[in-house]
Design a protein around this ligand. Structure first.
Ligand code: ATP
Length: 256
C-alpha cells in the first residue's frame, strides 16, 4: 500500500517561514481532510508533498524512497496532484483533456484498453459524459473544475493530493467527488484533500489534519480534531457541535 511520510518539513518564501516542522504520514486506506484558515499553509504543504515545492528543511519519503529521487514520470505514476484553481487555456475537447491524465502510463502514442477504461470511468465519476465532446474553454467554472478532477482520477495513481477540488462545485458534485475519493481509499488508495467545508470533511474523512500559521495543531479523528475550543482558536468562530449517529455537524454561531 502507498505510504507518504513527511518529517519536519519547513518551507520559506523569501526567507519568510510559512511551514514549520510539519511531520505527518498518509497511508493507503486513508481519506485525510486538510483544514485550516486562509494562509494557514495548506497549498504550500500539498505542493511540498506533491514534489512541486522546494522545502528548506526536512524530508519527504514516498514508499520508503526520498521524493527527490523519483523521476517526474515515476512520481506521476504513484502520486497525482490537483492544484488549487487548476486551469487549462486550450479549446480542447473535455475527453482529450482527461486523457492527458494517462500520459505517465503511455508507451509512445499507443493508447491501451486500460487508458480508455479509466478515462471513461473518470468522465462518468465526474458526471461529464454528456459534456465529453465540448471544448474545455466553453464550460462553466464548476464544470471546468470537474474536468481537472477527472484528469486526476484518470491517472489511477494510488495517492491523490487535491487542493480545494470541490470549492466551485454544487452540492451534488461535491458529494460525488468526495464519494469517488472514498471509493479510492476503500480500494487501498490514499487521498489528502484541502477543504474549507468542515461538514463535508466531517462526513467523509477518516482523519483530519488542522493547520494554523504553518503548523500542524491537530491530527486525528473527526471527533478528536473538531472541538469548540479549536474553532475558537483557529477559525475565530463560536460553534455548536452536534453529535449524531452519522457523525457530527458543526453549526457556526458567531464570530469571536
Ligand atoms: N509565492 C509566494 N510568495 C510569498 N508568500 C507566499 C507565496 N505563496 C503563498 N505565500 C504565503 O504563504 C502562506 C501560506 O499560503 P498557502 O497558499 O499555503 O495557504 P492556504 O492555507 O492554502 O490558504 P487558502 O485557504 O487561502 O488557499 C500565506 O501567508 C501566503 O501569503
Amino acid at each position: 500500500m502507498v505510504k507518504l511520510i513527511a518529517n519536519n518539513v519547513s518551507v520559506a518564501y523569501r526567507q519568510q517561514a510559512v511551514l514549520h516542522d510539519v511531520s505527518l504520514s498518509v497511508s493507503g486506506g486513508e481519506l485525510i481532510g486538510l483544514l485550516g484558515p486562509n494562509g494557514a499553509g495548506k497549498s504550500t504543504l500539498l505542493n511540498s508533498l506533491g514534489g512541486l515545492q522546494v522545502f528548506s528543511e526536512g524530508d519527504i519519503r514516498l514508499n520508503d524512497q526520498s521524493l527527490l529521487d523519483y523521476s517526474p514520470r515515476q512520481r506521476a505514476r504513484l502520486l497525482s496532484y490537483l492544484p488549487q484553481s487548476a486551469q487549462a487555456y486550450w479549446p480542447m475537447p473535455v475527453r482529450e483533456l482527461v486523457r492527458l491524465g494517462r500520459l505517465p502510463h503511455r508507451q509512445w502514442r499507443f493508447r491501451s484498453e486500460e487508458d480508455h477504461r479509466l478515462v471513461e470511468q473518470a468522465l462518468h465519476d465526474t458526471d461529464l459524459l454528456a459534456l465529453a465532446e465540448r471544448p474545455f474553454t466553453e464550460l462553466s467554472g464548476g464544470e471546468q473544475m470537474r474536468v481537472m478532477l477527472a484528469r486526476m482520477l484518470a491517472t489511477d495513481a494510488p495517492l491523490w493530493l487535491a487542493d480545494e477540488p470541490v470549492a466551485m462545485l454544487d452540492w451534488f458534485h461535491q458529494w460525488q467527488a468526495m464519494s469517488v475519493f472514498q471509493r479510492h481509499t476503500w480500494q487501498g488508495g490514499a487521498v489528502m484533500v484541502a477543504l474549507h467545508d468542515i461538514n463535508l470533511a466531517a462526513h467523509f474523512c477518516t482523519r483530519l489534519v488542522l493547520l494554523k500559521g504553518g503548523r500542524v495543531i491537530a491530527d486525528g479523528s473527526v471527533e478528536q480534531v473538531l472541538t469548540g475550543e479549536r474553532f475558537a482558536d483557529v477559525y475565530r468562530m463560536q460553534v455548536s457541535i452536534l453529535k449524531h449517529p452519522a457523525g457530527l455537524t458543526v453549526l457556526p454561531e458567531r464570530m469571536l
